[in-house]
Design a protein around this ligand. Structure first.
Ligand SMILES: NC(=O)c1ccc[n+]([C@@H]2O[C@H](COP(=O)([O-])OP(=O)(O)OC[C@H]3O[C@@H](n4cnc5c(N)ncnc54)[C@H](O)[C@@H]3O)[C@@H](O)[C@H]2O)c1
Length: 474
């Protein structure tokens, strides 16, 4: 049996480390093996054909086989509950804990693992140390029919984000546009969660946030800008939509962290060392170096990403009067409140030329139907890769996670007496092929949805992109 097959095996619940380990201590089951976790699985969980093979093999009486697993499947409802419980355990207002859980799980379902469960410990610590407020409601400092300045009162970013986006949508209903900025906020997860709320109202949505300085501007050595994400979404017909949701750095920091944790190198153009030189070593980027703006070096247009990151600061830190640029506290250093600035916009297309959604649908299909430069790699539009990930979660019946991330969070949650996350008894595909822009996998694994994103609009319930549906969906 090829090794690859083994890596696709499910991970039984009792094999995860943590309090949930029932039969044997995790240490005896697990040892580090390269970048993977090497498990000894009991015969009973091997696939039938494998058991048969073993029964007829000459090997003496083995009842355990070493297999390599890196992924496991967890119900999204369990992840939601787990995050909520961890947050409530440190005193978070339950509704705020639920709001955060929803945003993080949506990040994972959309395939942005760098902004999902992987980040939970950061939010827990922020509440635990009191650097972030555990209860309360944002307040409006001043407003017009179309604008508002909101004091986030140092609450969790998702609580501030939902408050502001709801307000922006309400204003767009009344005035055609709602432009709301907030100060006194915190890390809000995936920017697309908020902009996509506007899709429910057939509106264009936008959201932006500034973040701790992690990006080195073109020609500089010092980090003075955050990864400052931009999200712009627009509705089309039949629930289809354009969903741009991106960091203004070449990648989000979490992706570099994940590579570092796995011991992998990073592609050139993601980050630089402390001298401002491009580097493929994630450790160099994380210690003294920094991310680089979209576009990479100056010769490849990095200054445009630099410009976009500054634009986000104009909409966020500068407009809202919060911290901005290098004045924002250092990433993961919680010596003072974050006081992030954020911006949320809703625009009602009905106030402009008629037929907006028809033209949007035409624009989307025009691009999806372009002849691909590489056969089998259809042209995607922003939002398609995430739709594919959500569909994949539905097909699998849960969210596939790196076992290392789950173990890390389970060990963390043990400190608060929270029951560990337990994998589902179902097959998990091997690591999803990286969907770098323009590079959809040539061959999708068996478990992937049959429809490629480029062919989805007609047949797929794209309205399920709606993040509020995440709760308990898979
Ligand atoms: N809160 C924060 O501080 C913060 C900071 C940075 C990033 N983030 C979030 O991290 C997440 C990941 O950001 P990212 O920049 O790494 O995302 P990404 O590079 O994976 O995707 C960026 C955008 O490109 C689109 N895309 C991807 N492949 C494509 C293709 N082949 N063709 C056309 N479009 C394609 C995606 O749909 C998405 O809209 C986002 O949700 C972002 O909001 C949050």
């Amino acid at each position: 049996m090829p090794k690859k097959r083994f890596t696709s095996l499910l991970c039984p619940r009792h094999l995860l480390s943590g309090d949930g380990a029932q039969s044997q201590p995790a240490g005896s089951l697990q040892r580090r093996c390269g970048n993977r976790t090497d498990w000894q699985l009991p015969r009973s969980i091997l696939p039938a054909h494998q058991q048969h093979h073993r029964q007829h093999s000459d090997r003496p009486n083995m009842n355990r086989y070493r297999v390599k697993l890196s992924r496991c499947l967890i119900f999204s409802s369990e992840v939601l509950e787990f995050i909520e419980k961890c947050m409530v355990a440190v005193g978070t207002q339950p509704s705020h804990a639920a709001t955060l859980a929803d945003v993080l799980v949506e990040g994972d379902r959309r395939g942005h693992y760098s902004h999902g469960l992987n980040r939970m410990d950061m939010y827990v610590k922020d509440i635990q140390t009191g650097i972030c407020a555990k209860e309360g409601t944002p307040t409006i400092d001043k407003e017009t029919v179309a604008t508002a300045l909101v004091n986030g009162r140092n609450l969790l970013g998702p609580v501030v984000g939902n408050f502001c986006m709801d307000l922006a949508i309400q204003k767009a209903r009344d005035a055609g546009i709602g432009w709301v900025v907030a100060y006194g906020s915190n890390h809000f997860g995936i920017a697309g969660y908020y902009s996509m709320q506007a899709l429910k109202e057939d509106m264009i949505g936008m959201s932006y946030t500034n973040t701790s300085p992690l990006v080195v501007p073109t020609r500089a050595k010092e980090c003075t800008l955050g990864t400052n994400p931009i999200s712009v979404v627009a509705p089309a017909n039949n629930g289809d939509s354009f969903v741009l949701d991106m960091a203004t750095s070449a990648v989000a920091l979490g992706k570099v962290e994940l590579h570092n944790r796995r011991g992998d190198t990073i592609p050139e153009g993601w980050g630089c060392d402390s001298e401002g030189r491009l580097s493929t070593d994630p450790a160099e980027v994380l210690s003294g170096g920094g991310l680089v703006p979209i576009g990479g070096s100056e010769t490849t247009g990095g200054y445009k990403g630099f410009g976009l990151a500054m634009m986000v600061e104009v909409f966020c830190g500068i407009l809202a009067g919060s911290q901005y640029s290098k004045h924002i506290r250092t990433w993961r250093v919680t010596d003072r409140v974050a006081d992030l600035g954020q911006c949320f916009v809703a625009i009602n297309p009905a106030c402009f030329a008629p037929g907006f959604k028809d033209r949007m649908s035409d624009l989307l299909s025009l691009h999806r139907n372009l002849e691909p430069s590489e056969p089998g790699a259809p042209v995607l539009i922003p939002g398609d890769p995430e739709r594919s990930n959500i569909q994949n979660c539905r097909t699998l019946g849960g969210i596939p996670y790196d076992i290392e991330v789950v173990n890390h969070m389970n060990n963390f949650a043990k400190n608060f007496g929270i029951e560990p996350l337990l994998p589902v008894n179902r097959p998990v595909p091997e690591q999803m092929p990286k969907q770098m822009p323009g590079q959809m996998p040539k061959q999708m694994p068996e478990q992937m949805p049959k429809q490629m994103p480029g062919q989805m609009p007609e047949q797929t319930p794209l309205q399920n992109d709606n993040p509020s549906e995440a709760r308990g969906r898979v």
